[in-house]
Design a protein around this ligand. Structure first.
Ligand SMILES: [Zn+2]
Ligand SMILES: [Zn+2]
Ligand SMILES: [Zn+2]
Length: 255
């Protein structure tokens, strides 16, 4: 399985609009891994390219990564940084599966899409705890704790297990811990470095603690915002730990 990180920024991306902080200024001046578009991931499964989330800059992400094939889109939740780019698929000339929980799908139809969405996508309901089985891999959605209903997933291919925790906070259910435990790769959102009270996200520190607690082989962190440390400082910090990676736009991992 190949995992490509197309965007790795938090809701506002880096640089953040109009922001003059040191992190955003450096991103504008130096570019490269200091720039972060909003978060999305492409999973290359056998015969099936699965895109997780459609952020506002998805068109640019797909273009710069040279991606011309997507078989399915999995939407984790209704926040703008995860769904706002879905309308770009009005111009996508191949049929695409759309995995979305029923409530989110109804909301998209009602608020964004009138009747066009069913014309361009094949909607497939997802239900937490119920796997979608393909002949050589499976997708298991599970609910995580966030400001709105939010769904991570477990991708299983042969004996390998890759888990994406979507925009979860630290309160994982015992069931979620059970499906995450021992994963080959765990991808978590960490806008902040230090834990922040009242935020419905994880911090870098909390994610690393969870990796140790649940016996995760490799932890990849993403969804960083400009309040977090810049990429080079994150890389430097993670070099102290075994199997912890800071994602950047364009990172590709083979599992
Ligand atoms: Zn988000
Ligand atoms: Zn800033
Ligand atoms: Zn969110």
């Amino acid at each position: 399985m190949r995992i490509r990180f197309l965007g790795t920024g938090g809701a506002e991306g880096i640089p953040s609009i109009g922001c003059k902080c040191a992190h955003c200024t450096r991103a504008r001046e130096q570019g490269g891994r200091f720039l972060r578009r909003r978060s999305s991931v492409l999973f290359s499964l056998p015969g099936y390219e699965l895109l997780l989330d459609t952020p506002p800059d998805i068109k640019e992400q797909l273009e710069t990564s040279g991606i011309r094939q997507i078989n399915g889109i999995y939407l984790t939740h209704e926040h703008n940084d995860h769904i706002a780019g879905l309308e770009e698929f009005l111009y996508w000339r191949q049929g695409v599966d759309l995995f979305a929980e029923p409530r989110l799908y109804r909301k998209l139809i009602r608020e964004n899409w009138s009747r066009k969405l069913p014309d361009i996508t094949f909607h497939l309901d997802i239900h937490p705890g119920i796997a979608v089985i393909f002949h050589n891999f499976s997708i298991l959605p599970f609910e995580v704790h966030h400001a709105v209903p939010c769904f991570g997933l477990v991708l299983k291919e042969d004996h390998r297990r890759v888990v994406h925790g979507a925009d979860s906070d630290i309160r994982f259910s015992n069931y979620a811990r059970g499906v995450i435990a021992g994963a080959d790769v765990l991808i978590l959102n960490t806008p902040f470095f230090e834990p922040r009270k009242g935020k419905s996200h994880l911090s870098v520190q909390e994610a690393i603690d969870l990796k140790e607690e649940l016996g995760i082989k490799r932890l990849v962190l993403t969804h960083f915002n400009h309040h977090n440390r810049p990429h080079d400082e994150l890389e430097d910090y993670f070099s102290r730990f075994e199997g912890v990676t800071a994602a950047y736009d364009g990172l590709s991992i083979d599992v």
